[in-house]
Design a protein around this ligand. Structure first.
Ligand code: MD6
Ligand code: FE
Length: 218
């Protein structure tokens, strides 16, 4: 049996699944069986489309640095938020979605009850200590039928998972290297965010947390 088949088999094993809402789940350690491949693919993507800070329409600079891969990348500037087929930094298409991203996303979505998930967009966020993500909804996608699959790498984070109004109370959920959060269906438009990352050092990623979210944008 090839190493690849072992890897596929690992993805089929029952994960530690925590249900955080009707159609939202944390899959603990789900990415770990393919983490080397995942990080190598991430390096390749970031060489082509490097992480960069972006401006919000309101004129703030986001504290996380962003990049994307896949057919559609998410960008924000003074003109607004949107998905674009081109990286504005180099005027080239975003790097192709790595096969290991697709395979993990499909397997994680399936483990959470969403079959046949085929993402066409992958947003990559890098947080240095102190960086955060304010409460927001993910609603730039054309349809909200597909779930979102979110992979946490490197330093831990406290994830805020709220309601359908910004002012609703939120759960606080610690996310660790290799955890995957999947949500969709009735929970797809919940507000969520990331508390400021605490200083620390991760053996593979150093002083940062990376989050990759896979979506069906178009
Ligand atoms: C982060 N994540 O974890 C930011 N959005 O760094 C998100 O904004 C997010 O994790 C939609 C679905 C899952 C997520
Ligand atoms: Fe989000």
């Amino acid at each position: 049996m090839s190493l690849d088949l072992f890897a596929e088999q690992d993805l089929q094993q029952p994960a530690r699944v925590e249900r955080i809402s009707d159609q939202a789940f944390v899959l603990r350690g789900f990415a770990l069986p393919r983490i080397k491949e995942l990080l190598a693919a991430l390096d390749t993507v970031l060489l082509q489309s490097p992480l960069r800070q972006m401006q919000t329409p309101g004129g703030f600079t986001m504290s996380a640095r962003l990049s994307s891969c896949g057919d559609w990348g998410w960008t924000t500037d003074r003109d607004g938020y949107r998905y674009s087929p081109v990286d504005p930094l180099n005027a080239r298409p975003w790097p192709a979605m790595p096969g290991v991203f697709l395979a993990l996303a499909e397997a994680a979505a399936s483990a959470a009850g969403f079959e046949n998930f085929v993402p066409d967009a992958c947003l990559i966020n890098s947080y240095a200590p102190g960086a955060k993500m304010s409460l927001h909804q993910d609603k730039n996608e054309r349809s909200f039928i597909a779930p979102i699959v979110s992979v946490s790498l490197g330093l831990p984070a406290v994830f805020q998972f709220g309601g359908f109004e910004r002012s609703d109370p939120s759960q606080r959920i610690s996310l660790f290297h290799g955890d995957i959060v999947v949500w969709g269906g009735v929970d797809r438009l919940r507000f969520h965010g990331v508390m400021p990352i605490k200083p620390g050092h991760h053996s593979l990623l150093g002083q940062q947390r990376i989050n990759i979210t896979l979506r069906q944008a178009d």
